[in-house]
Design a binder for this molecule. Sequence first.
Ligand code: SAM
Length: 299
Amino acid sequence: MSGHDHGDDDRKETCPDPVRPSPVRPNPVRPGVVKSVTSLANPTVKDIRSLQQRKYRRETGRFVAEGLKLVTDAVEANWPIEIFVHADKVGSQDAVARVAAKVKARGGLILQVSEAVLAKMTHRENPQMVIGVFRQKTLRLDDIHPARTTVWVALEGIKDPGNLGTVIRTVDSVGAAGVILVGDTVDPFSIETVRATMGSIFAVPIVRASVEEFLAWKESFPGPVVGTHLAGAVDYRTIPYPEPMILLMGNEQSGLLRPIAEACDHLVKIPMAGKADSLNLAVSTGIMLYEIRRERLVL
Ligand code: SAM
């Protein structure tokens, strides 16, 4: 167990490789059973608490999602769940009992805990009554079949978990193919990112790649790469967007790295009229995606 128990350290670490889950310690409780836990010192409680740290998420290949909606979305999407935790007082609710039954049937562990234990696990005074511990799933660039896809959103060096979660949710909303995280980025499985996706983390494929891998791979991609840039001279509303394609968005502070910007087939800009020097990354991704998918989205 690491000695760091406070918060998420997403912004300090880098995130280079696809996750290959590798449990570092055996689960202390046999799966497929229901356990009642009241001790704050229980090792599983400590393990779950440690998943707030990026280092521990990487080592274990696990992550936490909070709230009945997210956990239900995940279970219905057959996402691999290891532990389902709920407060004693909600155990008799139909929706909670249904999820618990599914998790148990799949061999997962069900923990019934006090609110004090939930608060300890989540670092929150008013915790959600339900949380799930899941296996991480990410893809490699080689897993992408371009001919069968629509638009992939490549995010270079994205650092803000709220932005990433919002982009994943928007990608889901417009029916885009998925998200490619390029270079050093925030962790898509941090609690803040997962929360901001509102469940779309369980629906949107996530690919991880280095800058070099991405640049090499995009050479054989059969569609255009459209970058967004404040120095772009082309109004984003004036070019066609044939699919498959890649939409490339830059880092919150510094925009797109020069070699990536130079590798784009088009660099477009969203016009701005006021005093702001740029738009928020997630907002500009949303504007682009709705333009790209305009003809394909119907009420
Ligand atoms: N200072 C940074 C720069 O000079 O690029 C600002 C980065 S901006 C906050 C983050 C990303 O959002 C940009 O890299 C770009 O992908 C996108 N973006 C923001 N405003 C945009 C605009 N008006 N047109 C096109 N893309 C924009």
